[in-house]
Design a protein around this ligand. Structure first.
Ligand SMILES: Cc1ncc(COP(=O)(O)O)c(C=O)c1O
Length: 414
């Protein structure tokens, strides 16, 4: 007789993570056919042209130079005070909004999503995210009895679909009277789209119109996990200044992650940064997140926090770190350009790409397309609405070749 031991709310389908599963298959193919004959575009991490994970020298030399006690020790529940200062500087880089701001350390950007979803919605509420989205938003929401609704990220002209955003935003807000919406920008995963400053103004105009009703509580979560690899210079951070002078019932949370910006994926460090025109509202945020932190993971990774603090507070280290990051940003940009240009050449339809680790290819049966591509030794993640190609993990040379292979498979499946 089969017995269920887990409680009802903790029973989930017995599936393994599909991305890590596909990555394992890609590794097998590399062992069998040689790395030059395989395109492994599965994982969302920076990989060099030889297929090795990029680990920033300026980051790891700092980590390894820390006294053991600074790596081993507990961090404070809210995060080390100097880290909480440094993370704000690193996040806003001169585009700090004029508002009350407080940060709380989290284990990666994932922890900040958890804080926003759990602490700013009521049981049974829906959060609003784009229809091209990072699937853990659903996992995190379902885990705590919340649901996820979608707006269409793009209209027929492949522009940001502000009408769909407005319609879904207002219908959920009218029903729930509070709404958390997650905007994963700049450098959206999976599409590589970044909202322009003008598009941000439109989003905030919609929020402000709806904030006239004092019963409405609007929370905009900006998932900025890939921000450091977006735009030229700091152009993709300018939108932060638009969070100045917002009404009290619009609260902004930035999900900051050290995973990509410091190539510290496994060291689990990030922050939730709350922004409000009202000091009481950011204090409430801080204590609410601190309670959740204690309840979920106790505290963050002390050594990772120290790495950021030491680099941020030493002009020489900071310059070297920025130069190293810039090198990888350029590498990523060149790879993405190669993929986008080659797609145009062979007539492969892709979604509008502006920045970041991924490019998306809309298609009907993405699961089938992903399976067929394996026969060509190409490993690409399938999503509900298309394929996600990780330019972060594939050399420029292979990024040039990939679109023709994908186009051939998609044409065959038509
Ligand atoms: C869209 C998005 N948000 C947030 C994260 C947060 O990642 P982490 O918890 O590793 O910082 C990721 C990582 O893959 C991501 O793709």
């Amino acid at each position: 007789m089969a017995i269920n031991m887990v409680a009802d709310h903790a029973k989930w389908p017995e599936t393994n993570d599909p991305i890590f599963g596909l990555a394992a298959k890609a590794k097998e193919a590399i062992n069998k056919f040689g790395k030059e004959n395989v395109i492994d575009s599965t994982l969302g991490a920076l990989v060099d042209d030889d297929g090795n994970l990029i680990c920033m020298e300026t980051v790891y030399s700092e980590l390894k130079s820390l006294p053991n006690a600074e790596i081993a020790g507990y961090a404070q529940v809210a995060g080390q005070p100097d880290y909480l200062e440094a993370v704000q500087e690193e996040c806003f880089s001169g585009y700090r909004p004029n508002a009350y701001i407080k940060a709380v350390a989290t284990p990666g950007g994932t922890g900040s999503v958890k804080h926003a979803v759990f602490n700013y919605t009521n049981s049974g509420d829906s959060i609003l995210v784009a229809d091209w989205f990072w699937s853990p938003y659903v996992t995190i929401s379902e885990e705590v009895g919340r649901k996820v609704a979608n707006f269409s990220l793009f209209n027929e002209k492949n522009e940001f679909n502000i009408e769909s955003f407005k319609e879904n935003f207002e219908s959920l807000l009218n029903k729930q009277k509070r709404l958390v919406t997650i905007l994963n920008t700049p450098a959206n995963n999976p599409t590589g789209y970044s909202l322009s400053d003008e598009e941000w103004t439109k989003v905030l105009d919609i929020a402000k119109e709806n904030a006239i009703n004092p019963e409405n509580k609007i929370i905009i979560f900006v998932d900025a996990a890939y921000m450091d690899f977006a735009g030229v210079g700091l152009e993709r951070k300018k939108f932060f200044t638009q969070f100045t002078n917002l009404p009290d019932n619009i609260f902004i949370i930035i999900g900051y992650s050290m995973s990509k910006a410091y190539t510290m994926y496994g060291l689990r460090s990030g922050a939730a940064i709350g922004i409000s025109s009202n000091e009481k509202i950011v204090n409430e945020f801080y204590y609410s997140c601190m309670h959740s932190g204690r309840a979920n993971w106790s505290n963050g990774t002390r050594g990772a926090m120290s790495v950021m603090t030491h680099i941020a507070n030493d002009p020489i280290k900071k310059k070297a770190y920025e130069a190293e990051k810039e090198k990888y940003k350029t590498m990523l940009r060149n790879r993405a350009k190669a993929f986008v240009d080659a797609s145009k050449e062979v007539g492969l339809e892709i979604l509008p790409y502006r920045d970041g680790f991924f490019v998306s290819i809309p298609c009907e049966d993405a699961k089938k397309a992903s399976e067929e591509l394996i026969k060509d030794n190409m490993f690409v993640v399938s999503l509900k609405k298309g394929l996600r190609f990780a330019v972060c993990a594939v050399s420029e040379e292979k990024c040039k070749k990939a679109p023709a292979i994908i186009k051939k498979v998609l044409d065959r499946l038509k």
